[in-house]
Design a binder for this molecule. Sequence first.
Ligand SMILES: N[C@@H](CCC(=O)N[C@@H](CS)C(=O)NCC(=O)O)C(=O)O
Length: 229
Amino acid sequence: MMTNGEKKLQLYSCFISHPSFSVRIALNLKGLDYECKSINVFKGEQSRPEFLKISPMGFVPTLLDGDMVLAESSAIILYLDDKYPQHPLLPHDLKKRAINYQAANIISSTIQPTLRIPILAYIRDNIGPDERITWVHKHIGKGFAALEILVKDHAGKYATGDDICLVDVLLAPQIIGTLERYNFDISNYPLLSRLSESYKQVPAIRNALPENQPDFPKELKGIILIRIY
Ligand SMILES: N[C@@H](CCC(=O)N[C@@H](CS)C(=O)NCC(=O)O)C(=O)O
């Protein structure tokens, strides 16, 4: 593991959070050592005043790099990519690069917000617990269908070729987390199914899995996590 030669990076992260998972992958790919500062979103720790001073939206992930404080997973990943050029996450080819930007936005601006815990809790409390699954499957299904079409002419071992790029860093948590958390059948998405198998072999992704984080509660192993919302 490399350090950045300055103060150790600190990542405010929650084991369950897909955007935190993505940032952990980027840090691992770049071989950057970091300290994990756990924020348990189930316990509402993101709303504590001391955390809101660091991250006014009250979101994980939030990265501290010296005096730099940065929230929003895509911004953090692109910042890391600019500052730490080892294992670049954007392809040189302009078209593939643009596909990465587009797919990254679909994942972090369109799919991920529909899965946020306050939204699922609202549906559970005001519409009904089973409606959460219908909601999640509808939104993930729409996003996955679009991603499958978007990357099909660009994919290699990974989404836009044989190197892991930005889109993979954001997509791997969505696919892996979605299967584990929401019991989603991915077999209708053959390309994403294949990518899922590739992702599971990558040490930087495996080490970033929720169950491999210091804050993962052992009693949750094997539980379909939507049941705990
Ligand atoms: N757009 C943000 C979303 C981050 C986000 O939704 N984080 C969730 C955990 S997955 C969170 O902190 N939720 C706390 C809350 O909604 O109060 C990103 O990509 O980083």
